[in-house]
Design a protein around this ligand. Sequence first.
Ligand code: GAL
Length: 877
Amino acid sequence: MALFTKCATVLVGLLTLSDITMSESLATMRPRAEAAGRERVSLNDRWRFQRFVDNPDGLSYDILKPWILPAANDYLSGTRYDRPSEPGPGSNVTFVQPGFDDAAWEAVNLPHDWAASGEFDFSEDVSGGTGRLPFTGIGWYRKSLSIDARVVDSGKSIFLDVDGAMAYATAWLNGQLVGGWPYPYNSFRLDLTPYAKAGDNVLAIRVDNAPESARWYPGAGLYRSLNLVTADPVHVGYHGSYITTPTVSAEQASVSLRIEVENKGNLTQTVQVTSEIFELDSKSRKASGDAVAKIAASTATVSGGSKYSVNGSTTITNPKLWGPAPKQTPNEYIAMTTISSNGTVLDTYETPFGIRTVEYDPNQGILINGEHVPVYGSCNHHDLGSLGSAFNYRAAERQIEILQEMGNNALRTSHNPPAPEWLEIADRLGLMVMDEIFDTWNYAKVENDFHLLFPEWSEADLRTFIRRDRNHPSIISWSIGNELPEQSNSTGTATAKRLQDIVHEEDLTRHVTVGMNNAGPNTGLAAEIDIIGLNYQGEGKGSASSGSFAAFHSKFPNKMIWSTESASTVSSRGVYVFPVTSNKSAIVGGGPGEGGDPINSHVSAYELYAPSWAASPDKVFEQQDRNPYVAGEFVWTGWDYIGEPTPYDNSSRSSYFGIIDLAGFKKDRFYLYQSRWRPDFPHVHILPHWTWPDREGQVTPVHVFTSGDEAELFINGKSAGRQKRGQYDYRLRWDNVTYTPGEISVKAWKNGEEWATSSHRTVGAAAALNVTADRTTIHGDGKDLSFVSVAVVDEKGDTVPQADNEITFSIASGPGEIVTTDNGDPTDPTAFPSKTRKAFNGLALAIIRAEAGSTGEIVVEAKADGVSAGKVTITAS
Ligand code: GAL
């Protein structure tokens, strides 16, 4: 009992990790649960790392598996795995031994992606599918940590929380095998308590990335955050809170909270569990003001080595609801749970949440808080462009902000769980999320993908995923998979049923979906799944003039339908290929009117071209409008990503699918979506640019995207005609314009009123570099970023549309660092950390970070031969 009567607050701060930063910036790390009795410390800084192309240790998942599988036990309804009684393998490997001298290994901070800074491999026999970066091999990470004797002596539990590790992560503490988790996108906890000692400890983590393990660029290494958590043996378990709001009205919301109390000690303990609810301050992520509700104390008697759940409920009057921006407001609350024993606080735990209702209406789509919200969504991969897969809060926030500027109100985490902080951004900024877990089930898409783990791990992976994420108000649906090879057969149906049942056991408040690209209305999968999720087939693949929305709707009149994946339109920013198809959508190819430029590996940004299974935005919009019961779409993709450079897999390294390029520059398509998704935002966009020295006298179609309903085009001041949009027209096109230098301009109207104007003029020679930053003040914490854009401009300050000047970036003064550069060109072979980068169609980007602990002005300079240099000043504070 002495163990539990100690005042828990005295223990805070006893964990002394001499070589790590105790407090990380809010911009990069958001502590979820910390306070009396519990301490959570970032382990992100000061690791040593070494990559090995060939296996250096003789270990493999097959050898380690008996010691790793027991980690699944907490998430299994049937079979449990016993840890073998003998010590685990690996203790003879020098890298796990405390005395090993790792001074020659690379010093790194987490999140870390060892491959993103590597050279691209453009050898002929290498496909661009996984991005040509060196992500394969075995990676070893080592870190020493010092644990205060009082933590160990007081019998505290010591946990390692890993937000995600690529892949097959296995950990040793002080030479002893602790355990691991193979699926690289899930978060997991390992119990270090039996292996920890007072004083110096050495943690060693091995990750293993096989070739052919992904269809896209996965990244490599400890690419998300790691934390060390110490807690009283009686504490809220890992992801041990579950909040629902069963009834919600403007006057009152009921809140139910289930808390799982875990007792890691040997003795039975009787504890009291209470919770208070506060409004959450969205910026600080802390409780604000006085409690708005309280959940009365429940008593839990928990025997040693077991768990016990207590349920409580309360009501909140006049609740501030969470709803998607911009029409609704993403208000959040936080429940602060306390476990105490005889008046002594043993643990406190924070659960941020939101109050809202979601309805899935087969005839209207999604209703949030009773209001219909069309799904204007995008699919996105987890990489962050030139930063690779290493999670960075600001980079992820920027991606979502730019999507939101387009009117994007929903995100699909294709095809795997995101970083936990990513969901926090979605909650805070008010986006709806389809949280997706798997790309494969029983059958392979590539040789070493998740199908190898599926039989033993799918239940555990799915349950831990739902338990981690189910309190996020942004999540409106769970997706259990994408384009499974077994989608049309009985294995697929049975697997879908098993997985969906698991989801329902873990969370009954959201409907489940799956991305079906082939399974038709008569398949078992379609009959089984809560929400019909269609990839491409809804609107009709390729040149098909219509698709399968109607057939699904008539077969399943009581199920909601949405496009889990649509469009897959391909384009290179600022590239225009002639002639232009006169069709609404065309299959990309190298022939006339097919949009491709196979010599330079680029696709035309007239935004009309897609692979054979896909379609232009215009075609998708038409089919969504003709079938208005469809809830909406998730476009493939919002942002370009590393890998999958269809249609030029043999010559490129990053995708063409993005509405926004890899560097964050908007393709023309951005404005087409913005026209539809933000109909009240006055704008008009005109393409192509108007600097074509070798096209004089040639037909050069002009297309206009506008949220207005009518527009008039002027060429050198002379009207080329006024056009009104028809019911299923989403662009206005003047396809017979003959190019003459000068100016093209457009005036748009809406409901007869002037709405917006825009123009392009023929520019002169490149004269200067115009340098701007997305944020000119950043935190000096070594994590926050400023995204610095360079436009190559002519004497009048207009961007030179085809400029490819080689730009050299430097820090002229101040405590800053150039992390990476990019330009959005999927063919660019220059490594991401290079300080020199060619402009791609007039633009380039440098990502700047301030040194940790620094303040002051950072001057970023860009230079190129023959043009005036430019600079921008960023303040670190
Ligand atoms: C889909 C698939 C996505 C991506 C896309 C490219 O079939 O689900 O992951 O590969 O095609 O068009």
